[in-house]
Design a protein around this ligand. Sequence first.
Ligand code: FAD
Length: 416
Amino acid sequence: MKRYSAFAIAREAARHHTGWERAWRSPQPKPRYDVIIVGAGGHGLATAYYLGKNHGITNVAVIEKGWLGGGNTGRNTTIIRSNYLQDDSAAIFEKARSLYETLSQDLNYNVMFSPRGVLMLAQTEHEKRGWLRTAHANAHQGVTTEFIGPEKVKEILPIINIDGPRYPVLGALWQARGGTARHDAVAWGYARACSDMGMDIIQQCEVTGIDRDATGSVSGVQTTKGAIGCASLGIVVAGHSGVLAEMAGFRLPIESVALQALVSEPIKPCMDVVVMANTVHGYMSQSDKGEMVIGGGADGYNNYTQRGSFHHVEETVRALVETFPMISRLKMLRQWGGIVDMTGDRSPIISSTPLGNCYINCGWGTGGFKAIPGSGWAMADMMAKGTPGPLARGFGLDRFREGRFIDESVAAGVAH
Ligand SMILES: Cc1cc2nc3c(=O)[nH]c(=O)nc-3n(C[C@H](O)[C@H](O)[C@H](O)COP(=O)(O)OP(=O)(O)OC[C@H]3O[C@@H](n4cnc5c(N)ncnc54)[C@H](O)[C@@H]3O)c2cc1C
């Protein structure tokens, strides 16, 4: 793979851009791999990348039924933060956030990480107490956050109406090194680096069955491009985790629902932070193109429909207009949905399964984009060693049997 650099841009400009090579290969599947990862979203691709980079395992295929990054990774609102409450969550989300800081250099691909700061508004006394508690927990966990008062919120975000008609702004949990990244670029960067290590990313190839040998271990997968053998299998398919688990013969404590988002027409720069207003339920950031990127809610019933609906637009925009009256005149351009995988405690699953050589990574629900590098790191570590390392240990499936929940419903149940 030729490295991207300022020199490469100058060289290609001089020869009419005839020398760029494809970012990744599109190979036919081989009969067998050491590792198969199902799902070429951010988490699947990051798992493959760290298997190669950290553990030297490169005989890997990533199998994707659509196009890479076409699931939730390419549909999310790209908020990155690590201000979670519980120790296990703070550890993996902060690992991910810190990897994002240097991901562009690591992958030699500009993922446009923008640590512009994330504000999580407190609009009730209850919410204020919750964020104060999180700020104290973060101080113990080594995650840099602070609770700031309403005047400071107004200083950081001048377009906000801190007196709000229903819910005045009482302060906010502020994470200055949180922010956003370009979602497609994260998937594309990992894919290019995986392909460069000799891994096969096989798109338009749906896994339709999971083969087992006489001992009950996985021996391979059935796909729309034929049977492919493997020594170890990773299932990383977000909203379709229940479907894959059923193929493998076990059940998951996961519900799949559509989560929606929308963007406005582009306007001149008006806010340079990410803001989340959980009480009224809405959150917003401004993209490089000038669009206001707005996160909506999850559907109130389980479904697999990857699309938006009018009532969510109405509810979300109505909520945000209270706190940001200046957006009331904006036209909304697009809305969409993605199928998110929700656990009861709103924490992910990074776990071995009853099948021994089959591992699963799912349950990131409404908030897994921010976790991609840390999750891939932890999943690769578990698959390479056959046992979860410190980042993954708390997120095993056994916690649902043991009642050892990692309750993040405040941090993750509503917001992203
Ligand atoms: C509207 C919306 C807003 C969000 N906002 C944020 C946010 O601001 N911040 C944040 O951190 N998170 C956010 N999220 C959550 C985040 O997008 C997800 O947690 C994350 O992208 C999950 O990544 P993934 O790689 O696990 O899944 P995906 O990107 O969905 O990848 C899974 C892949 O598996 C493939 N697949 C499924 N079944 C099969 C099969 N049988 N065979 C082969 N391939 C298969 C799918 O096609 C898909 O490409 C949001 C999600 C949505 C929908």
